[in-house]
Design a protein around this ligand. Structure first.
Ligand SMILES: Cc1cc2nc3c(=O)[nH]c(=O)nc-3n(C[C@H](O)[C@H](O)[C@H](O)COP(=O)(O)O)c2cc1C
Length: 270
């Protein structure tokens, strides 16, 4: 399964089959969390794997009595250590502690999907109750619970906001990718094309230089020369095309202006 497929396939499941999980699959899920990114690579997290029925009941109660959670054979409570992140990053560390654990949760959920398992992220809980349920010391902070198991329900994908409305370019609220194109500003477009052309040419020349560094048999010299000519030729062709378009546009505009001037003169004469 590729990553995007797993992302699309994952659903929040709130009803699980009454069957246990293969421990190897659980290990893979926990490993996915272990490899999550974290600010400064602090890895300020702990994963509490809850398999015990009574403890799962207490966790579900702490989660504002979300009784459905008890149907999941495993709960993973992801905990952070904000003291550690704050020690390194000051106030910003509080946010990093949350972000780090969110990365863990997402990695775990995707690995569970890959393993044919289902999950649900549970964020609504009473922190004190959770601490008591898990005998958690002050330095640990419960961040989220993941229920894991085999789904006993099929859930359609909840609607998603269309991609177009989520994306801005360059700055907030700007939905126009290339303003010059919209404004028909050909000179700026040409400048941009020329710049890109130059960059592409210098990249190619770099590659050619690298080629030239290789052992210089007669054969490879010829090959180098041919590659160089090809690169320059292609580049010229590309630039020529853009310049021709530019000239044509300019000519058209000049002709239009001329026509307008002649019309004006004609009117004045009449
Ligand atoms: C931060 C966070 C907190 C959540 N808390 C809960 C929760 O307490 N209980 C619950 O049933 N689902 C919870 N969810 C799951 C969302 O309701 C769910 O992801 C959302 O409805 C989209 O559905 P999907 O996950 O199937 O795409 C939470 C999800 C996130 C990211």
């Amino acid at each position: 399964m590729d990553v995007l497929e797993a992302i699309r396939k994952r659903r929040s499941i709130r009803k699980y089959l009454d069957v246990g999980l293969e421990w190897e699959k659980m290990v893979q899920i926990l490993e996915a969390g272990q490899y999550a990114p974290s600010a400064g690579n602090l890895q300020d997290w702990k994963f509490i794997v809850v398999t015990d029925k009574d403890v799962r009941k207490k966790v579900a109660e702490a989660c504002l009595n979300q009784v459905w959670m008890e149907t999941a054979p495993i709960h993973i409570v992801i905990c952070s250590n904000p003291e550690k992140t704050v020690q390194y990053y000051g106030d910003r560390g509080e946010t990093y502690a949350i972000e780090n654990c969110a990365c863990v949760a997402m990695c775990m959920m995707l690995e569970a999907t890959e393993q044919g398992l289902d999950t649900c992220w549970v964020g609504a809980f009473d922190e004190d109750m959770m601490r008591i349920a898990l005998s958690m010391p002050d330095r640990g902070k419960p961040m989220m619970v993941l229920t894991v198991g085999y789904a006993d329900e099929t859930v359609p994908m909840p609607p998603r906001v269309v991609l177009e409305s989520l994306i801005f370019f360059q700055r907030y609220s700007n939905r126009v990718k290339n303003i010059n194109l919209v404004m028909n500003d050909w000179s700026l477009m040409m400048e941009d094309y020329a710049k890109k052309g130059k960059e592409a040419l210098s990249k190619r020349l770099d590659r050619l230089k690298q080629e030239a560094m290789k052992p210089k048999s007669e054969e490879s010299k010829d090959e180098y020369e041919q590659l160089r000519k090809e690169a320059v030729g292609e580049q010229k062709k590309g630039l020529k095309k853009h310049i021709e378009t530019f000239r044509r546009k300019l000519k058209e505009k000049a002709e239009e202006k001329k026509r307008k001037r002649e019309l004006k003169l004609l009117k004045e004469y009449e």
